[in-house]
Design a protein around this ligand. Structure first.
Ligand code: DQA
Length: 151
């Protein structure tokens, strides 16, 4: 088998992480998130594909790429969490562990609709409210589960 990859996929408005509502999302950028995830993967042999788009169709294409044989998917579905049915359908076709990550605690946000992610019922696990740490924790967890399964 060739090298396996964790796909970390980010969608609308996360390109502006660090400047977007920093009181909610913090001051770290997506580049900081990527660096933290690379640190987790260092020496493991597992590769990283780290992406962001504002376009739903692009996200669907990336999920098709990850559909078979990916090590795992870490997805922050951002605003697609609430109406991104094409993203949800694409996620359902993926055969690897999937962790949904939200920087903020979507259950504590002022707008009640933010707590109703349509993705959650179709993912392996969900991390919400741990800021940028959530991504690295998701990666660490996937590595640990894989090691446990291989033992
Ligand atoms: C978010 C929470 C969503 O409600 C919001 O639409 C986002 C970011 C988060 O990471 O906390 O864009 O997914």
């Amino acid at each position: 088998m060739g090298q396996r990859f964790i796909h970390i996929l980010n969608v609308p408005n996360l390109d502006l992480l660090g400047v977007r509502e920093p009181e909610i999302y913090g001051r770290d950028t997506l580049a900081d998130v990527k660096a933290a995830c690379l640190r987790e993967l260092d020496g493991t042999g597992v590769g990283l594909i780290f992406r962001q788009t504002n376009a739903e169709h692009e996200m669907v294409g990336w999920l098709h790429e990850a559909r078979i044989g990916a090590f795992g998917i870490v997805i922050n579905p951002a605003a697609f969490s609430y109406a991104g049915y094409s993203v949800l359908d694409a996620l359902k076709m993926c055969d690897c562990p999937i962790i949904e990550v939200h920087l903020s605690n979507i259950h504590r946000r002022e707008e009640e609709w933010r707590s109703r992610s349509i993705m959650t019922r179709s993912v392996t696990a969900m991390i919400s409210g741990m800021g940028v740490d959530g991504y690295a924790l998701a990666v660490r967890h996937m590595l640990r589960i894989d090691r446990r399964n291989a033992a």
